[in-house]
Design a binder for this molecule. Structure first.
Ligand code: FCB
Length: 437
């Protein structure tokens, strides 16, 4: 790697991220069924119908995984808590084993000098709540706040930071409009409701955690840089609409108390009753904001119903996901976000990384270059005033990449999914050197 820890201010933190369903092994420890289990069991949704039943077996191998992060020289670990592991029915009686697991995990991080950065929800909705409409049901904000209280009563005294929901766009649009993630709906009314309730849920969870006396509470959204496919007016408008529902909708709610007009042209008729009154809740003050960044998109207009556009392939080198490598987008988004929305609020890169068809023994030079270029883009934004406090790599381990199953490898550490053996990749070794310099 070209960068060194010493290029960054004292106190700047480097972290790695994972999420519960992607690594833990959901069949262990008394966790309840989630909508990802049923989504994955339905033919056509997930490559080879793979699910998170075993994943990386982090549930049993968590000490080894924390050791790997300590040896890497990280300052923090961004993990998530599975709602269904803590509350198998989504509400009601907690699963003592689940609470014990997160308790041990947090203590294990502290013992290794890793700051625990908790995300409450990284997508594995308890199936009984999905049966009640999941994110379409306005009551979810209350169910979610109750879950926040149960888990944080147990670990909230020791976590360094907490955010309610990972990537509202994925919970709302990807899962309810595109149908690519659980619950796999393609319905504009479901989308409008989910996009709004994810934010009311965020607000209620922040309130619940504040009520427990917790500090350093934030939010994490994902962003893609939206290029118009060409410089025609229609392409520029199409890209602005993509930018609207992907990048601006959630920060609009969180920081301005309003949704973008171009997005409301499509969604307004489908919004839940009384949505305009929810912004005081959605704007509940937060202490930091996290951005997840991977790629850019090229957007072209297309005949048909709103949003009437499509993604077209771009010219840049692509990762195993088919995503263009565009570090400049991270720089631009950091600048744009702080200038237009977040101001002086501390910012974190809470995820960035790439998938590559890695095999142990062959250096993952593509990942080394990717990480280096994106860290450099973030450093450049800091030079220009962006108050960036930390940088998080996705991911510590190869893991369950949702509807793409186990094939897309994002880890700094290779996982053999037959034997569950962990093997650090060249990117891990190089990152370790960079962080020691
Ligand atoms: C992000 C998700 C994470 C992982 C990466 C590749 O959108 O937060 O779980 O799937 O993409």
């Amino acid at each position: 790697m070209k960068f060194s820890r010493s290029d960054f201010p004292t106190g700047f933190q480097f972290a790695a991220a994972t999420s519960s369903y992607q690594i833990e092994g959901h069949r262990f420890g008394g966790a309840g069924a989630t909508h990802w289990d049923s989504f994955a069991a339905t033919p056509g949704n997930v490559v080879r119908a793979e699910n998170g039943a075993v994943a990386c077996d982090h549930y049993h191998r968590w000490e080894e995984d924390l050791d790997l992060m300590q040896a890497l020289g990280l300052d923090a670990y961004r993990f998530s808590t599975s709602w269904a592991r803590v509350l198998p029915e989504g509400r009601g009686t907690p699963n003592a084993e689940g609470l014990d697991f997160y308790d041990r995990l947090v203590d294990g991080m502290l013992a290794r000098g890793l700051n625990p950065m908790a995300t409450l929800y990284h997508w594995e909705l308890p199936a009984p709540l999905a049966d009640l409409g999941g994110w379409r049901n306005p009551d979810i904000a209350h169910w979610f706040a109750d879950f926040a209280t149960v888990i944080m009563k147990r670990i909230g005294d020791r976590v360094y930071s907490a955010a309610p929901i990972n990537e509202p766009w994925c919970v709302g649009w990807l899962s309810h409009f595109m149908g690519l993630h659980a619950p796999g709906l393609r319905d504009i009314r479901a989308t409008a409701h989910a996009m709004h309730h994810v934010l009311t849920g965020h607000g209620r969870a922040i309130q619940a955690m504040r009520a427990l006396g917790m500090k350093n509470l934030g939010a994490v959204c994902n962003f893609e840089y939206a290029h118009p496919a060409d410089d025609s007016e229609t392409a520029v408008e199409a890209a602005a609409l993509y930018d609207g529902y992907y990048n601006r909708f959630f920060v609009g709610g969180l920081f301005r108390g309003a949704y973008p007009e171009n997005v409301m042209e499509g969604l307004a008729p489908h919004m839940p009753k009384g949505w305009e009154d929810d912004f005081p809740l959605i704007r509940e003050p937060i202490d930091w904001f996290g951005i997840n960044y991977y790629t850019c998109k090229r957007i072209a207009p297309k005949d048909g119903a709103w949003p009437a556009h499509e993604e077209i392939p771009g010219p840049l080198p692509k990762t195993q996901m088919g995503w263009e490598v565009y570090p400049e987008g991270l720089y631009r988004i950091l600048k744009w976000l702080t200038e237009e929305y977040t101001g002086d609020l501390p910012i974190w890169v809470t995820e960035s990384g790439m998938a590559n068809p890695d095999v142990p023994g062959t250096p993952d030079t593509e990942r080394i270059a990717y990480l280096d270029a994106h860290v450099a883009a973030a450093r450049r934004a800091m030079d220009e005033g962006v108050p960036l406090k930390g940088y998080t790599f996705w991911s510590l381990l190869d893991n369950y990449e949702w509807s793409l199953g186990y094939e897309k490898r994002f880890g700094l550490v290779h996982v053999d999914f037959e034997t569950l053996v962990r093997t650090p990749k060249a990117s891990y070794d190089q990152l370790k050197d960079a962080l020691a310099r």
